[in-house]
Design a binder for this molecule. Sequence first.
Ligand code: RB5
Length: 152
Amino acid sequence: MKIAISADHGGYRLKNEIVPFLQEQGHEVVDFGCDCNVSVDYPDYAMPVCDLVAEGKADRGILICGTGIGMSIAANKRAGIRCALVSDTFSAHATRDHNDTNVLALGERVLGPGLALDIVKIWLETPFSNGERHVNRISKVMEIEKRYIKGE
Ligand code: RB5
């Protein structure tokens, strides 16, 4: 898969563990930074990843900040993005199976690197169920996006 990734200053250390992990698994990684602890604003780093995913130029996106919360809020404002903030392996599986999420948000200050890498692996490997009820619910979410985010 082609995976876009970014972090703010609260998440770049975890990003720098996830990037080689993804490459070892054979994924192509597009890394939008940041790479040091100079304070930056998470929306500025969320958007390049979300743009690539929404435009179909990357298969998935991964966003990391201190909590994962800011990144997930910003990502879900972008049309075409379904981002889940995940801190456990059950949710990593469920959010692919049920929600067909295309962006994963993680909190470096919340997770140890071992759990974070397990979450990433499960989230990447779990297919969407295509279950009728889940497709229907996602369609309703996309209708909300059309009405309130895209103003259609
Ligand atoms: C930065 O201090 C922190 O606010 C940010 O990384 C993130 O946790 C915001 O949601």
